[in-house]
Design a binder for this molecule. Structure first.
Ligand code: DX5
Ligand code: ZN
Length: 216
C-alpha cells in the first residue's frame, strides 16, 4: 500500500490549515513538513511555530517532519513538542547518526534518515536496523518544484533489496520532483511513501492529484 505525504512547502501559507485539511480529506496519509535553516540548505522555509499551529488546527494528522538543518538533534525536541509524529534528519548533517537516532527515539517518535543525491546508500547501511524510515532525496534539498533525478530509483531498489536480505522493516520514502510518472518508477523500485509538493498543492484540483498519486 503506497502512502502519500504531501509537502506543505508548495501550499499557500496564508491558508495552510484549510489546504492541509483538503489534502487529508482527499486521502493523503500524512503531511510532510520541510524545515530549512538557510545553513544546511540555501533556503529558509518554516519552523516550530508553524507546525504547532498546524497541529492545533489538525491534531489527528500524522506529521512527517523533514529537518534540512545543520543541528537536527538540538531542535528535535521542540518539533516533537509542536506535534511531529516522526523526525527525519540528514545523515550529512550529523557526525554521530546512531546517536541522533537514539536521541529522536528518546523523544518517543519514529526516526528517519535522509540522503542527498550525492550521498551513496552505503553510507547509511550500518544504521538501517535502527531507523523506521529512509528518505531518498530525488532533488537537491532546498527548493520545491525541481526535476526528479532518476538515480534515486536505483537507490530505492538497493534499499529495498537490502531490507529484504536482512529482514529489516524500515519504510522507503522518496522526496523531490514526484509526479505520477516518476512516482510510478519509485513505487516499482520499492518505495512505500511518496512525498509530493508542487504536484499536489499547485494542482488545479489537489484532491484529484492526491487520488492519482495514491493509486500508483
Ligand atoms: C526539497 C523538499 C521537498 C520538496 C518537494 O528540499 O524536501 O519536500 O518540497 O517538492 P516538489 O514535489 O515540488 O519537488
Ligand atoms: Zn522534504
Amino acid at each position: 500500500m503506497i502512502q502519500l505525504s504531501p509537502s506543505i512547502l508548495a501550499a499557500d501559507f496564508a491558508d495552510l490549515g484549510r489546504e492541509c485539511r483538503k489534502v487529508l480529506d482527499a486521502g493523503a496519509d500524512m503531511l510532510h513538513i520541510d524545515v530549512m535553516d538557510g545553513h544546511f540548505v540555501p533556503n529558509i522555509s518554516l519552523g516550530v511555530p508553524v507546525l504547532a499551529s498546524l497541529h492545533k488546527a489538525l491534531p489527528d494528522a500524522y506529521y512527517d517532519v523533514h529537518l534540512m538543518i545543520s543541528q537536527p538533534v538540538r531542535y528535535a525536541e521542540a518539533f516533537v513538542q509542536a506535534g511531529a509524529s516522526c523526525i527525519t534528519f540528514h545523515v550529512e548533517a550529523v557526525e554521530d547518526a546512531a546517536g541522533a537516532i537514539k536521541a529522536i527515539h528518546a523523544l518517543g517518535v519514529g526516526a528517519g534518515v535522509s540522503i542527498k543525491p550525492a550521498t551513496p546508500v552505503e553510507d547509511i547501511l550500518p544504521i538501517l536496523d535502527q531507523v523506521e524510515m529512509v528518505l531518498v532525496m530525488s532533488v537537491e534539498p532546498g527548493f520545491g518544484g525541481q526535476k526528479f533525478m532518476p538515480a534515486a530509483v536505483d537507490k530505492i531498489a538497493a534499499l529495498d533489496a537490502y531490507r529484504r536480505e536482512h529482514g529489516l522493516g524500515f519504510r522507503i520514502s522518496v522526496d523531490g520532483g514526484v509526479n505520477s510518472q516518476t512516482g510510478a518508477l519509485c513505487t516499482a523500485a520499492g518505495a512505500d511513501i511518496l512525498v509530493a509538493g508542487s504536484q499536489v498543492f499547485a494542482a488545479a484540483d489537489p484532491a484529484a492529484a492526491v487520488a492519482e498519486l495514491r493509486a500508483l
